[in-house]
Write a protein that binds this ligand. Structure first.
Ligand code: AP5
Ligand code: MG
Length: 213
């Protein structure tokens, strides 16, 4: 089964993808994580995207489609597309790429969360510097002993784009360029809404109900 987790910044795509990876053995393909890795390891592409990402703008379709193409051509199935596609051109490209490797898209799970909650979540986010486990100062604090519950590491990161100004840009990019995908996948009969406002387990239950339907 291949699925898209569709939602604005802070909707919980990464958090829910990790639950699906652990619970169902699926493979998370987060273009945001791939781009941050490229940036951290100082590749040419990483240097090109660093400022764009820090400002909260979208990087070019060409770059992210290339990243996803490479993963799909590497084989496997059970993909969770997290943060991809984000434009209509990316959505068309994903359809073509899946067809090329003989796979289908089974569900597009749209996660609904209001803007105030998105701002609260994002400004309180931290991630483990080692394994990427996602934390939140309010709802899922880093353990008191300062070690990651998943891998035991003790270094945590805050993202360069998790500030109010970049977040305003990210939200605008979402509404202008990504939200049209809701109509696109609705028209294809693939869109399934899941309330994203409950606690993490409740949201996971909503997604599980869609995948098991
Ligand atoms: P990307 O990394 O994809 O970021 P995003 O879409 O802005 O989404 P986030 O990762 O911020 O949020 P999330 O939905 O994963 O939420 P999370 O689970 O972390 O993209 C970053 C940048 O890369 C883009 O701006 C762009 O520049 C570039 N990029 C990436 N893909 C691209 C593409 N396809 N095309 C072009 N450019 C691209 O949760 C957030 C917080 O909330 C956490 O603290 C978490 O603990 C907490 N939380 C989660 N669920 C709950 C809950 N149910 N209740 C309470 N708290 C919760
Ligand atoms: Mg994410």
């Amino acid at each position: 089964m291949n699925i898209i987790l569709l939602g604005p910044p802070g909707a919980g795509k990464g958090t829910q993808a990790r639950i699906l990876v652990d619970g169902r053995g699926m493979t998370q393909l987060s273009t945001g994580d791939m781009l941050r890795e490229a940036k951290d390891s100082g590749t040419e592409m990483g240097k090109v995207v660093a400022d764009v990402m820090a400002r909260g703008e979208l990087v070019t379709d060409e770059i992210v489609i290339g990243l996803i193409r490479e993963k799909l051509e590497g084989g496997g199935t059970g993909f969770i597309f997290d943060g991809f596609p984000r434009t209509l051109a990316q959505a068309d490209a994903l359809g073509d790429l899946l067809a090329e490797v003989g796979q289908t898209l089974d569900h597009v799970v749209a996660m609904e969360v209001n803007d105030d909650e998105l701002v609260t979540r994002i400004t309180a986010r931290a991630t483990c510097g080692m394994c990427g486990e996602v934390y939140n100062d309010i709802t899922k604090p880093i353990p008191a002993d300062g070690t990651c519950t998943n891998c035991g590491a003790s270094s945590f990161k805050r993202r360069a784009d998790d500030n109010e100004e970049s977040l305003r840009t990210r939200l605008m990019e979402y509404y202008k360029k990504t939200s049209p995908l809701i109509g696109y996948y609705h028209a294809k009969g693939q869109l399934r809404w899941v309330p994203g406002l409950g606690d993490i387990d409740e949201v996971a239950g909503g997604i599980a109900a869609v995948l098991d339907s």
